[in-house]
Design a protein around this ligand. Structure first.
Ligand SMILES: [Zn+2]
Length: 68
């Protein structure tokens, strides 16, 4: 099974959906594999998931990390 959805670079219309990025994209921050949930901190370029080889990452926004 190697079905890969790449149609995720379009702007997400539904404000309730999380931001997704694909491996190879320039990105930095906290990401989580959309497939297996593996968490990774990305510095420059999103890698394929080391756990499941997935290529779709879900951005984890650092909001609500600390309330003031
Ligand atoms: Zn994964």
């Amino acid at each position: 099974m190697a079905r890969v959805a790449i149609d995720l670079e379009e702007t997400v219309e539904d404000p309730g959906l999380t931001d997704f990025s694909v491996a190879g994209s320039n990105a930095s921050g906290d990401f989580r594999c959309a497939d297996c949930g593996y968490g990774a901190v990305v510095q420059q370029v999103l890698p394929p998931c080391p756990m499941c080889q997935g290529t779709v990452w879900e951005r984890r926004e650092p909001r609500a990390a600390h309330s003031d």
